[in-house]
Design a protein around this ligand. Sequence first.
Ligand code: NAP
Length: 301
Amino acid sequence: MARRSTPDLGGSFALGSRRVHRVGYGAMQLAGDGFSGPPRDRDEAVRVLRAAVGGGVDHIDTAQFYGSGAVNAVIRAALHPYPQDLAIVSKVAVGHHTRAEEIDRAVEANLRALDVGGVAAVNLRMPDPSAPPDRGFDAQLASLGKARDQGLIGGVGLSNVSRQHLVRALEQTEIVCVQNLFNLADQRSLDVLEECAKRDIAFVPYCPLGWPLATRQRILESPVLAELGTRLAATPTQVALAWLLDLAPNVLLIPGTRTREHLTENLRAGDVVLDDAARVELRRCFPTGRPARPAGITGIR
Ligand SMILES: NC(=O)c1ccc[n+]([C@@H]2O[C@H](COP(=O)([O-])OP(=O)(O)OC[C@H]3O[C@@H](n4cnc5c(N)ncnc54)[C@H](OP(=O)(O)O)[C@@H]3O)[C@@H](O)[C@H]2O)c1
């Protein structure tokens, strides 16, 4: 496999009105143990963030609730004043009864903590993708739409949603990205990915290496990934990430890590080129349970 001296980061795709590299960075892992409180090693957290941006990352995912504000604080300490082309995307986690004022306050808390006038996008993070969208969802979505119209956020995104949520949201407003659990071993959101691909909306798989831990181990310790890695001169992690990039051009990655070593490895995933034999082998080992290329959908492998 031909390696470039700097990572290609998988090319780029639109995130609303911006274009970002397809390999970005998710900051959740920088929170302390159990995802609460400050980083275990704050100096390394700062170095990881600077190495990500130094390596070309222009899309960082965060949330004010990661480490109860500690993750946004370390992003600000490491990267402020932010490079102009850096798209920071945050999220607001809502429950069924979260009111508009609480969403407004959560958006403001992110901006204050990051010390910015606006962020590239904020995802409305739903509690349960299997709960059908209702008028409460519409009202919560409208709050983020208002924040966008006020210039506080560049675009509205969704997280942890069904295709039904997405379609209903699109009847009301523009959606720039959808962030759902998706990886080799958990492809339940394939229909959401397909809908996003059809409409040129960025699909951002969270936990791209698998969740919970046993699932991540099943992926990263799979003999199939080890064999493919040897053949493609890649690590199993890079194969797992390259598979996601290969699925459709609208997939944007945000793998999380608290070490520069893993960051460097993850950023190189965009350089790994899967061939048809690799795709077939990965589909055999991690089946979707659905046809590989659903009728009428282009762009999904
Ligand atoms: N919208 C949502 O509800 C939601 C939910 C979860 C996450 N997210 C976002 O999605 C991002 C990605 O998800 P995630 O961080 O949970 O999971 P992930 O990226 O799938 O995996 C992170 C885990 O894998 C390990 N890891 C990372 N790179 C590795 C490598 N090259 N080799 C071996 N192990 C490696 C990390 O440990 P080390 O630290 O030791 O590298 C960490 O334990 C998060 O950071 C967050 O920004 C969003």
